[in-house]
Design a protein around this ligand. Structure first.
Ligand code: PEP
Ligand code: MG
Length: 325
């Protein structure tokens, strides 16, 4: 099987009946690039920049960050790179940025909420990203967006820093895409409004599932409720993808679900454009997609959403569909 997958290393990703999708990889540091390239990913769909902050004893400077972002963008050789602005808080702490102790850290002061409240820190990150944008196709993504005002606030700061850099004579790409993670149910439900203003969505199912099911993703006692194939989750995902497409935007996914071999047939059927996963899952996913017909997967996804009431019913449906390929 490994040998069969290896043959797909330099290939693009097509379904059996010719629909193209993008298979990208998730990374935490520039050191992960080697694995990305060795596994034939077509881009970076999620660069979790918080590791740059967590691996440092003090706040990383603009230069530190610029060097890391440039290394990743250049290292991908013209392939697209989605960089997520830092997602500190929740379970991730920083020694040099004291955060208040919270009863519910995953519902608290985290990610874009910190960035919007600590503008100096956020502006430094954005300047580093904007400067690195001339080295390849950069897509900037904001995490934990709950409202349109969150997005507009973050985008306005980005635009300000861009204008400042240009006024300083610094070169900045004029084709940077700016998108958001869809990982809060409110944003998923309102995706049709967000889609008018963003360039893309990336669905963060790790958090979207935890928040939709009200089941802590770290708590084993409630892990039975952590259900990627629950029809409620599939319905939210469908709305997000459909909303993006209505506005001519693309929708990706960077949560674990994107590389889950039971979920992939459903996501393909729902029209997902980009799947971002751990590099080690790319080749087996490319192989799986090459055996699936988009028209069959559309019917499968429709049936899962319209006729299934439980996650077991969805699993049985997918198993049946995949067994016949
Ligand atoms: C997610 O929530 O699905 C996601 C990709 O972000 P993280 O796992 O870093 O919270
Ligand atoms: Mg998340």
């Amino acid at each position: 099987q490994q040998a069969e997958w290896e043959k797909l290393k330099d290939a693009e990703t097509f379904s059996k009946d010719g629909k193209q999708v993008e298979l990208a990889a998730n990374i935490g540091t520039p050191k992960d690039l080697e694995g990305v390239i060795n596994n034939g990913a077509e881009g970076i769909g999620l660069y979790r920049t918080e590791f740059l902050y967590m691996d440092s004893a003090e706040m990383p400077t603009e230069e530190d960050q610029f060097n890391a972002y440039k290394a990743v963008i250049e290292g991908m050789n013209g392939k697209p790179v989605v960089v997520r602005t830092m997602d500190i808080g929740g379970d991730k702490e920083l020694p040099y940025l004291p955060l208040p102790h919270e009863m519910n850290p995953f519902l608290g002061y985290r990610a874009i909420r910190i960035s919007l409240n600590e503008p100096a820190m956020f502006r430094t990150q954005l300047r580093a990203l904007l400067r690195a944008s001339v080295y390849g196709p950069l897509r900037i993504m904001f995490p934990m967006i709950a409202t349109l005002n969150d997005f507009r606030g973050a985008k306005a700061i980005l635009e300000e820093e861009k204008a400042k850099l240009i006024a300083e004579g610094v070169e900045v790409s004029d084709s940077i895409q700016v998108g958001i993670m869809i990982e809060i149910p409110a944003a998923a439900v309102l995706a049709h409004q967000f889609a008018k203003e963003v360039d893309f969505f990336s669905i963060g199912t790790n958090d979207l599932i935890q928040y939709t099911m009200a089941a802590d993703r770290m708590n084993e006692q409630v892990s039975y409720l952590y259900q990627p194939y629950n029809p409620s989750i599939l319905t939210l995902i469908k709305h997000v993808i459909d909303s993006a497409h209505k506005e001519g935007k693309w929708a990706g996914m960077c949560g674990e679900m994107a590389g889950d071999q039971t979920a992939v047939p459903l996501l393909l059927g729902l029209g997902l454009d980009e799947f971002s996963m751990s590099a080690s899952s790319v080749l087996k996913t490319r192989s799986l997609i090459s055996k699936l017909n988009i028209s069959d997967m559309q019917k499968l996804a429709e049936k899962a959403i319209n006729e299934c009431a439980t996650v077991e019913e969805v699993e049985a449906l997918v198993e049946e569909a995949v067994a016949s390929i």
